[in-house]
Design a protein around this ligand. Structure first.
Ligand SMILES: Nc1ncnc2c1ncn2[C@@H]1O[C@H](COP(=O)(O)OP(=O)(O)OP(=O)(O)O)[C@@H](O)[C@H]1O
Ligand SMILES: [Mg+2]
Length: 381
């Protein structure tokens, strides 16, 4: 009796115990200390910004690669290094999912330089731009702006307005020096096609490519997280191999990290000291829709309604021609065609739908959902 009780105690997690040594390392915005396999990209980035360390204009860069290949992390790490070594080159990180207009982006730059946002109302773009330029010139600062997830600037041609403002700033304010790092994960987007000639002539970016991690790389990265985040014995090599497999299947490292977090919470819920195959498989059903869940949350009401109509039509297995879809949308959402089409382009940029041109009677545009329609409806509700 005594024996089996102590045995139980060993295998069962007490209510005040946890499997997590450090839960932070599984959070979505965690910047890992150990960051391997991106040395080439980090070195290339450093070369690009080097002129900025000597008072010159940094060279412009495009970081390109599929989701979860370490683009954001690389740039964030580089920015931390710059901040630790100089005050004369000021890096500003912009998340274009959040700040997606020329005004919003300039406001963030102003905030970085002055410590506070410009007044919310009654401030013109020109006033903010004036203030930014004044600060740059007075402090002799060179600016380095990272535009992360720049595909969010594509759908209302905001990208040209933003790049024009930043890269031609020296024409309006002599002596200002601004370099840009553009980050993009949508491999279908041809950025150079979206960019005006007057922007292209000053942009001239060098492209840095972030390749997908292979089996061994994913395994090493996840293993390092496990060692740091879990107490020992929480996950066996065999189960970790399963996580690696599922991660590779989804193509995004984030899915693997999320999977580890969810699976261990599921084990904790059952008061187990280790993660089982069932924990992983159950968690995968949620983790694989990480991107869908996240993007649906960022949509506005009108966009959500349109996505719902798309999911309903696509659930019936019909091909979705943009014009015909609009006819159905109009019945439920009061929206003009131009606005409707802008929203579809945005959803394409967000990788929720795929928008394709097809030659036929004239040019038709065909919309396909990138997710199972039933799942889309589930996440919408
Ligand atoms: N080499 C690496 N070592 C450790 N962790 C990594 C590595 N590369 C990526 N990660 C982790 O994977 C996740 C995704 O990385 P990151 O956000 O940098 O990707 P991304 O290329 O910006 O993706 P997206 O295009 O979707 O924004 C992060 O949690 C990050 O910590
Ligand atoms: Mg990113």
């Amino acid at each position: 009796m005594q024996e089996s009780c102590t045995g139980m105690k060993k295998n069962l997690l007490m209510w005040d115990e946890t499997l997590f040594r450090d839960p932070e390392v599984f959070e979505i915005d965690y910047v890992p200390e150990q960051f391997e396999f991106r040395d080439t990209q980090m070195r290339e980035l450093a070369i690009q910004i080097r002129p900025g360390l000597r008072g010159g204009r940094p060279l412009n860069t495009i970081c390109k690669g599929l989701p979860g290949t370490g683009k954001t992390t690389s740039v964030r790490k580089l920015f931390t290094e710059i901040e630790e070594s100089t005050k004369k080159l000021v890096p500003v990180y912009i998340n274009c999912q959040i700040d997606n207009t020329k005004f919003a982006i300039l406001s963030q730059i102003y905030r970085k330089l002055s410590g506070h946002l410009p007044p919310a109302s009654g401030t013109s773009f020109k006033q903010v731009f004036d203030a930014v330029a004044r600060l740059l010139l007075r402090e002799e600062i060179v600016l380095l702006v990272a535009l992360d997830d720049v595909n969010y600037l594509l759908y209302e041609n905001e990208i040209n307005k933003v790049l024009y403002t930043l890269l031609r700033s020296h024409e309006a304010y002599e002596g200002t020096r601004i370099g840009v790092i553009v980050i993009i994960s949508d491999m279908d987007v041809d950025l150079s096609a979206a960019i005006d000639a007057r922007v292209a002539s000053v942009f001239r970016p060098t492209e840095i490519y972030f390749s997908l991690y292979g089996n061994e790389e994913v395994q090493e990265i996840l293993k390092a997280r496990v060692m740091q985040g879990f107490f020992s014995g929480v996950i066996s090599d065999e189960i970790l191999a399963l996580v690696v497999e599922q991660t590779l299947k989804s193509g995004d490292l984030r899915v693997g990290i999320d999977l580890l977090k969810r699976a261990s919470l599921s084990a904790e819920r059952d008061a187990r000291r280790s993660i089982t195959r069932e924990d992983i498989c159950g968690a995968y059903e949620v983790s694989r829709y990480l991107h869908l869940a996240y993007t649906v949350k960022t949509l506005h009401d009108e966009e959500r309604q349109i996505l719902r109509v798309l999911a309903e039509i696509s659930g019936h297995g019909k091909e979705m021609n943009a014009g015909e879809v609009y006819t159905s949308v109009k019945e439920e959402v009061p929206v003009g065609y131009t606005r409707f089409y802008e929203i579809i382009k945005k959803m394409d940029a967000m990788r929720l739908v795929n928008l394709e041109y097809r030659e036929g009677k004239g040019r038709t545009r065909v919309i396909t959902l990138r997710y199972d329609p039933a799942k889309v409806l589930e996440y919408l509700s």
